[in-house]
Design a protein around this ligand. Structure first.
Ligand SMILES: [Zn+2]
Length: 421
């Protein structure tokens, strides 16, 4: 912004400038830094201004009405935090033979910002030790990349220590499934710069309980997933410190015993939180309703579990083995040859609206499940809530028919995405 000369003839543009600042209550200076935003506070849907100083939230000001009537339907919430992102915008974090690069991670991160996600755990899935080492090595560079602005707090390792049995294993390649091995894990964690925050494993595999104990001692969160653990084994795993059930209701065989199956004990134990894929395709509405009734706001986490097909245009693509994959216009990713889902392509943002629609929960509760709870799971005290002192990771959006329209995403006080209108 140029300086104004305060002569009698030039005072008018000065007032225009002041009016512009006041009427928008948003001033953006160099490098897209923002020092104030206004809208409806996500917790109670009342007007509020949020002040930002040096990348952190400095003040929350309650007001009677918003300065700009255009903001009357704009909500302000903490940026969404996704616990399970396998790739985005054409960039896969896991595939063998892929040319994953720091630039690719930047591209995926920018696309996630556009969808209102300000932090996420890149998820590396079952693969050869060499590929996992290589990709974690690249990820360890990306995590500190200034252009990623701290949007990656750490990583999720899903597998390879999961059930080898069809159905429970899901799409994880059988040849790379193996029993938990602490030494192998330590090598992977070192390659990641000691940034693995979460391991999803099957508790019934050989050595799993001791592995969980070791994770707990080292501050690494353990989730149960892709498993067919008995009620006794699941209880022992939780006794050892397992804290989460990964994408409950998925990673499970289609036909299960009505009494003895992994769903009931994981739902019944209040010590275990759950993550659920809320894209409208992976779970029936009744499943989401029941899971939510059992676990409530405090122990439910919405994840996307997106593949790299997220943020891609609808169409026909090739999978990693050359198979034909279809991404439909409503965001379903399917494998037409077997008429099954191929994974998820919907951002966590869709899950926020979907869980409100299916369960009748409030926006505040949905955001808690898509941001606050994930931050708490890892003790990330700097994000997941709008409070003075937290990182200014914010998302501004409208909601229509349970669909969030992202207007602006702010990461550490910087506008990283702004809708055109
Ligand atoms: Zn999975």
């Amino acid at each position: 912004m140029k300086c104004f000369v305060t002569g009698s003839n030039s005072i008018f543009p000065f007032f225009i400038f002041i009016f512009f600042i006041i009427s928008n209550q948003v001033s953006i200076s160099a490098e897209n830094t923002v020092n104030m935003v206004e809208g409806l506070f996500y917790l109670d849907e009342t007007p509020v201004s949020v002040e930002i100083t040096e990348g952190k939230i400095s003040k929350i000001i309650r007001k009677d009405r918003l300065d700009d009537p255009a903001n009357e339907k704009i909500y302000i919430a903490p940026g969404l935090i996704d616990n399970q992102v396998n790739g985005y915008a054409g960039v896969s974090f896991s595939f063998g033979g892929s040319d994953l690069s720091v630039e690719g991670v930047r591209k995926a991160t920018r696309a996630l910002w556009k969808d209102g996600v300000t932090a996420y755990l890149p998820t590396l899935t079952t693969n050869s030790h060499e590929i996992l080492l290589k990709n974690f090595g690249i990820m360890s560079q990306a995590i500190n990349d200034p252009e990623i602005s701290g949007s990656i707090p750490g990583f999720h390792l899903e597998g390879p220590f999961i059930s080898p049995i069809d159905g429970y294993r899901g799409a994880h390649p059988q040849k790379w499934v193996r029993s938990p091995n602490w030494e192998e894990f330590l090598e992977l964690n070192r390659a990641s710069g000691n940034n693995i925050l979460l391991v999803t494993l099957a508790p019934e595999t050989e050595g799993a309980l001791e592995f969980i104990r070791n994770c707990r001692k080292n501050g690494i969160v353990v989730a149960l997933g892709h498993h067919n653990g008995s009620p006794e084994i699941i209880k022992q795993a939780i006794d050892e410190g397992a804290a989460l059930a990964t994408h409950l209701g998925n990673g499970c065989a289609n036909s299960i015993n009505r009494h003895l199956n992994p769903l009931w004990p994981q739902l019944a134990d209040d010590r275990l939180s759950i993550s659920i894929i809320c894209d409208g395709f992976h779970l029936r509405p009744e499943e989401i309703q029941v899971f939510y009734k059992a676990k409530g706001n405090d122990r439910t986490i919405i994840v996307s579990d997106v593949t790299h097909f997220a943020a891609m245009p609808p169409g026909i693509y090739k999978g990693k083995e050359g198979e034909t994959i279809e991404l439909t216009t409503d965001g379903m990713l399917r494998y037409p040859e077997q008429n099954v889902l191929y994974g998820s392509a919907s951002p966590i943002t869709k899950g926020v609206g979907h869980i409100m629609k299916v369960t009748g929960c409030s926006l505040a509760e949905a955001v808690q499940m898509a941001s606050t709870n994930t931050a708490r799971l890892y003790g990330l005290d700097d994000r997941g809530e709008i409070e003075p002192g937290k990182r200014a990771d914010l998302v501004l959006f409208s909601i229509e028919n349970y669909v969030l329209q992202i207007k602006k995403t702010i990461v550490a006080g910087k506008v990283v995405y702004e809708a055109e209108n």
